[in-house]
Structure formats: structure tokens, C-alpha cells
Ligand binder design. Sequence first.
Ligand SMILES: *Cc1c(COP(=O)(O)O)cnc(C)c1O
Length: 401
Amino acid sequence: MKKTTGFDRNTTRHWHPATQAVRGGTWRSEHGETSEALFLTSGYTYDDAETVAARFAGEETGMTYSRLQNPTVAMLEERIALMEGAEACRTQATGMAAMTTALLCQLSAGDHIVAAKAAFGSCRWLVDQLCPRFGIETTVIDGRDNDAWEKAIQPNTKVFFFETPANPTMDIVDMKHVCGVARAHGITSVVDNAFATAVLQRPMDFGADVVAYSATKLMEGQGRVLAGAVCGTEKFINDVLLPFQRNTGPNLSPFNAWVVLKGLETLDLRARRQSENALAVGKFVEKRVPKILHPGLASHPQHNLAMSQMEACGPIFSFILEDRKQAMAFLNALQLVDISNNIGDSRSLCCHPASTTHYSVSAEARADMGVVDGMLRINIGLEDPRDLIADLDQALTKVGL
Ligand SMILES: *Cc1c(COP(=O)(O)O)cnc(C)c1O
């Protein structure tokens, strides 16, 4: 296999994320196929025994086993790295496999991690439940409070971990400040960028060391497969992440990698249109509900910070009804929008975080991060916003709003 002339990453690194999303990492076989080939293979064969020995010894490049390398997966990894402005990327089977790998590959018993309290339920579970079981100390803070990060630092602090916007409270973290504090103290900042992706926000441009993804969401974009990714320097990926990943095996399947490659081709288009639609729908919802948390609206307390970090607001926002009963009745009244706990999909989906995505988080932690019983989270898709507004209008009317 040869890389098509002109696709050497050293000469194409300057391409913008939208171009990388279509072209980056393309690696064509001798057939010159237009669309990326799907190498659905677990292993490889060799012409002679010396070749395989040289590959295992690292003296010769080439594939040896799909837990270690796979051409389709490698294309996706190179594409994501180029979109992100990162030196390297490795993909995992799910977003949670990516988060677990990004944290555990670099943490040991006796280390300390500082994390923002507003986070996806399973990310909070990693911090609250898993890390302490392995002797990793954790401190959870309000990620919106710039000073809280520095105050939480201990001599053994190794990692800052946060998402922005956060799921589902839409808290925004000031990346330039927080990643700067991390750098100044030799701490690795790990940013979960699932709500934005590289086309709307590139954390490394603000000083992030590691960017981790649920590629299940906007990247894949059409609700088909689960996937995850971790981006960082070549040194971090090769020396810290790869020994963990190669020996524990949280790898992404080539088939799923291929589906995500196809999804990335339309990411820029989808993310921007879904952001536009989310803004239009948000402006309507804002007039009808007690509270809305939408980074694209001036009513969001961190609207200016959000828009200084993001090119567009993204497809997701939350709003708060009076109580759980009214929130459930609203979901049940929806006709076009599906009741579903996924996000980033081209379909509009709405869910009740307290009983779904954040069910695994303790009631105290939920209350502390602001995931109240009346909260609903909505992902706005590619439908005509007029139809979405009509559906939300009738559902709000039905619950008396
Ligand atoms: C969905 C999500 C995850 C987990 O990703 P999976 O692909 O479902 O494992 C992690 N972080 C955030 C912010 C998410 O929205």
C-alpha cells in the first residue's frame, strides 16, 4: 500500500479541519479505490519468518496483529489527529474506553486527579468510583471556577480532567486558563471534546495536552456505531498510551472505524447546520420554559466564554421544567423528536438525564452538579427547525407551558 502522492501529512498538515475530515489520512491500496478500504482482518501473513521477527522487534514497519495495527483503523486515527492539530491519535471501542485509557494509562496508585464535577455520568463514575479503587486520589471541583483548579493542586497531582460544554449542564471551562495552570505545574490536561469536535472547538489550540472523544456522537453522527479516540503528542501516545492499549486491548473494530471515517466526511456540514438549528430551536424554547442552558444564547452565564472557544454552539442544550413529572410528560408528548439518550445524531433526540445518562451518579453528586429532576437534554438534528419547533410547541402546550 502506498499513500497517494500529495497526502503526506507533513505537506498537508496546514489543511483546515473540514478538508482533513474528507481527505486526511487517506491511504490507498494498489487498486486506487476512491473510498477508504475496509480491512476486516484480525491478522496478517508474511513472506518469510525473518519479516515477522523484524516487525515484532520494531526494526521494520508493517502490520502484525489488529490489536496493534490495522490499516482502516490507522486511516481514522491519522484523520482525527490531523483534524485536531495533534501529533498522534489512537482509537478505542467506545468513548468510555477512550476516557478509561486516557486516564489509567498515565495514572498509578498514589497519584491525584482533579476533575470538573459537571460531567457525563460514566466519566464521573471513573473519577468517583474506579480511580479510588486503585489508590488514585480524586478531587472534584466546579470547573467553571478558574481559581478552584489551582487551589486543588497537590504535590501528587498528575491530571486535570474535564469536558466543555459539559454533559448535560452545559458548564463551560476556560480552557486557556485551566490548561495553562496545568502546564505551569507539569500536570497533564485531558479534555473530553465530545460536545464540540475539532470542527467547532480544538482544545489543543487553547493548550490542552490530551483530547479524548466519544466518536459515537457527532463524529459518527448517524447513530450507527460506538467509537472513541485519544489525541496527544507522539511521545504521550507512543510511550504512555500505547503500552496500555496494546496490552489491555480496548481497540476499535475496523468495521466501526470505517463507519466513523464515512461519518467524518460530513462532520463539518452536520455540526454547523445542527448548531444553526439548535440556535433557532433554543430561541423558541427559551420563551416557554422556566430555565434553559444553551451556550449559543446570551442567557447562558458563560455565553461569551463559550463562543470565544467554539466556532458555533453545537447541537445540544438543556432546559429545566418544573419537576420530574412534567419532564416525563413532555417526553411522552413528543411526536417527531425521539426519546433517546444519544447525542450528536442527525435525528433530534431528547432525554431525562437524572433517570438515564446520570443514573449511575449518586443523588448527591447529581444535585451538586445541577442535574435536577426537571432537567431535559435535547440533541437537535438535521430536520427542518420549523418542524422541530412545531413538535416542541405542541408538547410544551400539552404539559401546560
Ligand atoms: C457519550 C459520552 C461519553 C461516552 O461515550 P460512549 O461512546 O457512549 O462510550 C463520554 N463523554 C461524553 C461527554 C459523552 O457525551
